[in-house]
Write a protein that binds this ligand. Structure first.
Ligand SMILES: Cc1cc2nc3c(=O)[nH]c(=O)nc-3n(C[C@H](O)[C@H](O)[C@H](O)COP(=O)(O)OP(=O)(O)OC[C@H]3O[C@@H](n4cnc5c(N)ncnc54)[C@H](O)[C@@H]3O)c2cc1C
Length: 648
């Protein structure tokens, strides 16, 4: 049973840009010029991908597509066999050659690891076979990264920066045949690549990008000037993708763009040997000590005209689309870490005795161990589902990728921290020190340091939440936005309001109907209760979002904490739904004893978390607390509480 659907809006780029610009116009009155420019830049780069609508976006509209989950995209036997074969060889190599603790201590990944990877084809895992790569599916690729991360996160990060966001990904997706032929074979053979968007003044907000690329008078070259910050692999890269501002000019005749982007951003492939490029600094971090991350200066760097990717002014869209796919790789380290934590927690929890019982038998320890198993199941479910859908290539996955990234990065960090707590003093001790005194050297403190970055790279947790919130509002903005768009005439707005009103007259009461109770979820097997709860909670999220829109109007975008609670709730619903599908698929494959017990614990906890978020969204007291926080922060920023910063 599906809910009444608002009129479909076109998904083509032209119409999308028009509706995006309409969205940017809403609530413009309360924004500064700088804020408006940032929003317009972000809106301009929004492009749905795939013909099938997003499963997660449907949740925000109260719809639950059970069939999409029952058809869980596990790999075909042939794909699985090919992936498994490669993973076996990779594991043997890693076992003999890669020691994550050694990399952590020395700050370097040994050269023999890179050499071995080149022989195994690891640098071309995602590159099609016709260009010399292994042509692995997204799922097999992420599993391979997860295997490398089991040994060393720095090494997995280097591989991911090269293939998830570095040159191969945008080149494969947006390059011309000639560009692919020129660079992909080199990259598959082991040339290392990187992705350079961030600058000293440009973090989450690309609107302030300052690096420029100016065409030469004869149009045969581009001249790049600027500085890029935190470019992963920057120190060792052979080729990098650089995002830079290009001159404001009319779109090409064949462009799908209805209006040119303001202050356009374009993307270029740059050979790092080009004169004028200088590595100013190798950055060192809290974790990932073997990472080769750089501040790079570009001074009059002259590159051939045909190094431009996708087209002038389309660089931001290229970058954001690349980051979308990149987000699907973030869970690899998270899942690897929790696999290790679960293994260690099982051994420790059963054998370490204090106060007359095993640590895992005390209730506080038991809860931590149960949470590891439940969280691991849900993280795998979301990641494998999103990767499988990505391999099918026909679904808009922007929201799912953001949700998977948000969920796995925050939950895994919390789980690693609770494993550290379970291990007590040994959790805080370095693996090398544990080893030196003959104890099991499980590196949980390193995992905690390494995993923190996942909440920052490829979109911070806050930006992911706001991005999901923006996509969640799309359903309503497309429906009601034209009626509120100040740039439209009165009659046109009145007609749009009537149309929206007619749709809401059906949609809204329908969300109050507990229709999932009359639907059978038996096909989900041990995932049935979870599927039913996902359908129920999706309705509740849809209603909560709608009520917030009524309450705040376009000003909802400024109620970030409310939006973040809603996105946390919806992400939880997606986690439940994905897990229902995964449990069904594993059960049908006849594997995984006791999966029902893990699924049950996950359902209990996730349901409570989602309901907690929704309760906060409805609570007047919570809104007052949010307002009090805002007021206090403003006073602190004005320096009125600076006295607190000194010992008294
Ligand atoms: C180890 C490492 C590797 C990296 N690799 C790369 C790479 O390969 N290529 C590349 O281009 N970049 C890379 N980056 C940069 C990374 O993507 C940025 O750090 C990230 O986008 C955040 O930008 P920022 O650090 O400048 O934070 P800022 O954007 O300054 O944000 C600071 C804080 O404010 C919050 N915030 C920002 N805007 C808002 C808002 N509107 N509302 C509410 N909160 C907000 C953020 O969530 C964050 O908590 C890397 C960074 C690190 C540390």
């Amino acid at each position: 049973m599906n809910s009444p659907t608002p009129p479909a809006t076109g998904r083509g780029p032209v119409e999308t840009q028009e509706s995006n610009s309409a969205v940017a116009a809403l609530g413009a009155k309360g924004r500064s010029k700088e804020q408006q420019e940032s929003l317009e830049t972000a809106e301009y780069a929004r492009t749905p991908t795939g013909e099938l609508p997003s499963f997660a976006a449907d949740l925000f509209a109260g719809r639950f597509d059970a069939q999409a989950l029952l058809d869980f995209p596990l790999p075909t036997p042939a794909q699985a066999a090919e992936g498994e074969d490669f993973l076996k060889k990779l594991r043997v190599f890693l076992e003999e050659n890669l020691d994550g603790d050694e990399v952590d201590e020395t700050g370097e990944v040994p050269a023999k690891v890179f050499e071995g990877f080149r022989k195994l084809g690891v640098f071309g895992m995602k590159i099609p076979k016709e260009y010399g790569g292994l042509g692995l599916s997204q799922l097999s690729y992420v599993k391979a990264l997860s295997l490398v991360a089991e040994y060393c996160n720095s090494t997995a990060g280097i591989l991911s920066a090269h293939q998830s966001i570095g040159v191969p990904e945008p080149l494969k997706r947006f390059g011309t045949t000639e560009q692919k032929k020129r660079w992909l074979p080199k990259l598959a053979a082991g040339a290392i690549s990187a992705f350079a968007l961030t600058e000293p003044e440009v973090g989450s907000d690309p609107a302030r990008l300052a690096t420029t690329a100016m065409p030469t008078d004869d149009g045969k070259h581009w001249i790049i000037n600027g500085t890029k910050l935190w470019c992963s692999n920057g120190v060792i890269a052979d080729l990098i993708v650089v995002m830079a501002r290009t001159p404001d000019r009319a779109p090409a005749a064949n462009s799908a763009s209805a209006r040119p982007a303001k202050r356009p951003i374009s993307a270029f492939v740059v050979d790092m040997k080009t004169p004028g490029i200088k590595i100013l600094h190798r950055c060192r971090f809290m974790g990932l000590s073997g990472f080769q991350n750089a501040v790079i200066e570009f001074k009059d760097v002259k590159i051939p005209a045909d190094h431009l990717l996708l087209g002038e002014g389309k660089g931001l869209r290229l970058a954001l689309t690349t980051l979308n796919t990149g987000r699907l790789s973030v869970p690899m380290g998270c899942i690897a870490a929790i696999r290790g934590c679960l293994r260690r927690a099982r051994g420790w929890g059963a054998t370490r005795r204090q106060w007359g019982a095993a640590i895992g038998a005390h209730e506080a320890g038991a809860a931590k161990i149960a949470d590891l198993s439940a969280t691991l199941l849900s993280m795998e479910a979301m990641s494998w589902l999103a990767c499988g859908w990505s391999d099918r290539g026909n679904r808009d996955l922007r929201l799912e990728a953001a949700m998977v990234k948000l969920y796995t990065s925050t939950r895994s960090h919390a789980c690693i921290d609770s494993t550290l707590q379970l291990l007590g003093g040994r959790g805080y001790e370095r693996a090398s020190s544990l080893k030196a005194r003959g104890e099991e050297p499980f590196p949980v403190e390193r995992l905690l340091r390494d995993s923190r970055i996942n909440q920052i790279i490829e979109g911070t947790t806050e930006i992911m939440g706001l991005y999901i919130g923006r996509e969640a509002l799309d359903f309503h903005l497309k429906l009601a936005g034209p009626a509120l768009d100040p740039r439209r005439g009165l009659i046109a707005r009145a007609a749009s309001a009537l149309k929206a009103g007619a749709t809401y007259a059906f949609w809204y009461p329908w969300q109050w109907v507990p229709r999932e109770r009359f639907r059978s979820f038996r096909a989900f097997g041990p995932g049935a209760r979870m599927a039913l709860q996902s359908a129920r909670l999706a309705r509740h999220v849809a209603l909560a979002l709608f009520h917030q829109m009524l309450r705040h109007g376009p000003g909802l975008e400024r109620r970030q904490l409310q939006l973040l609670r809603l996105t946390e709730a919806a992400t939880g619903v997606f986690a439940l739904a994905a897990t229902a599908g995964y449990v069904h698929a594993l059960h049908a494959a006849g594997e995984s004893p006791e999966i029902g017990a893990t699924a049950d614990v996950f359902l209990r906890h996730e349901r409570a978390r989602i309901e907690g978020h929704l309760k906060s969204v409805r609570s007047r007291r919570q809104s007052k607390t949010d307002a009090a926080d805002r007021k206090l922060a403003a006073k602190i920023l004005e320096g009125k509480l600076a006295w607190q910063e000194t010992l008294r």
